[in-house]
Design a protein around this ligand. Structure first.
Ligand code: NAD
Length: 314
């Protein structure tokens, strides 16, 4: 794929990860940013990460760390980045007006009808950022999960006018670079991942707010319960296996599921007394100082790496 080029717009946390993923599959990657020092930082950080991954045996693809690094270069000229690219991945901060502006300049610089213009947005609907573009048919969202290198899920969300061929190409390129694309047939606020994550957060919050459980014990429901399974089977396979198939599961349990679900309270406001007490409670184990948070993040990332290694062996 060294002949095929990908453009990355924005060289922050997510832009860097995409650059590494595309280089891992042999794409030539050009990264653009408005800040020259961000680009320089990005190159140093990418080289460090790729070298570390290689020494841990976790580098994706068959190319060496040196070759992968050599595939990634930077430019401060958007036309240079967009020219002849098969795919552009936009990774600028999560702000509608900024994204609209940046995507317009990408679209204007685009000279080919076959270049896919893809946004990494976490929660802005495609219709809010692509509708003004003449090349709207070439535009689509691919929302990664952080950190993308170790959590391969990528949500593909088309604009209502995205061409079918663009959807197919985007799914294919994501699978090719080792991501796991999942498809939303139409746009919906929060996409799939955050809708489910927020449903979990809502009930977790209510259980604490209503004085039924402590935040620490709610977390254990995931770390020592649901999460043990969810790393390799989702809720659908879970119920299928917990009875004699899905139909049998629902014959046995749908009444309880509906009864319990009807007892869920309203959406919490996530403020006031419960916010204070939940914050205090979690901070007693992980103080909210930058150093303590960083230490715990490092621990989390190491656990994630170990888990993704385990999953590769499955
Ligand atoms: P970030 O702040 O780390 O990086 C943004 C980069 O964009 C910076 O390097 C900045 O200099 C650059 N930038 C700003 N204005 C620009 C412009 N006009 N043109 C080009 N570059 C510009 O942000 P991030 O965490 O990498 O997030 C980028 C996108 O990815 C956001 O839409 C975010 O919602 C999405 N995303 C983030 C995560 C996450 O966990 N961080 C996960 C999934 C998706």
């Amino acid at each position: 794929n060294s002949q095929k080029k990908v453009g990355i717009i924005g060289s922050g946390l997510i832009g860097r990860s995409w650059a590494m993923l595309f280089a891992g599959a042999g794409y030539t990657v050009k990264m653009y940013d408005v800040l020259e020092e961000q680009l320089q930082d990005a190159m140093i950080s990418i080289r460090g990460q790729i070298t570390d991954l290689e020494s841990q045996g976790l580098l994706r693809g068959s190319l060496s760390a040196d070759v992968q690094c050599s595939l990634i270069t930077t430019s401060n000229n958007i036309a240079d980045v967009v020219k002849d690219a098969v795919h552009i991945q936009e990774c600028v901060p999560e702000n509608i007006d900024l994204k609209k502006k940046v995507l317009k300049s990408v679209s204007d610089a685009c000279t080919s009808n076959s270049t896919v213009i893809c946004s990494s947005t976490s929660c802005i609907l495609p219709s809010k950022i692509f509708s003004h573009l003449p090349r709207v048919g070439q535009c689509i969202v691919a929302h990664p999960c952080n950190p993308p290198y170790h959590c391969p899920l990528t949500e593909i969300v088309p604009h209502p006018q995205t061409e079918q061929s663009v959807i197919i190409k985007t799914k294919a390129i994501m699978a090719e670079i080792g991501q796991t694309p999942v498809m939303l047939n139409r746009e919906v606020d929060g996409f799939g991942l955050n809708r489910i994550q927020y449903a979990i957060l809502n009930e977790s919050w209510r259980l604490v707010e209503d004085g039924i459980m402590s935040p620490e014990d709610v977390d254990k429901i995931f770390t020592d319960g649901l999460g043990m399974r969810y790393a390799f089977i989702g809720p659908y396979q879970t119920i299928h296996l917990n009875a004699e198939g899905t139909k049998n599961y629902m014959e046995r349990y749908s009444e309880s599921i509906i009864r319990v679900s009807k007892s869920f309270g309203p959406v919490p406001t996530f403020d006031g007394k419960s916010l204070n007490s939940i914050h205090e409670s979690i901070s007693s184990e992980i103080p909210s100082t930058p150093a303590d948070l960083e230490k715990k993040r490092k621990w989390r990332d190491e656990r994630l790496v170990a888990l993704s290694k385990l999953k590769q062996e499955m």
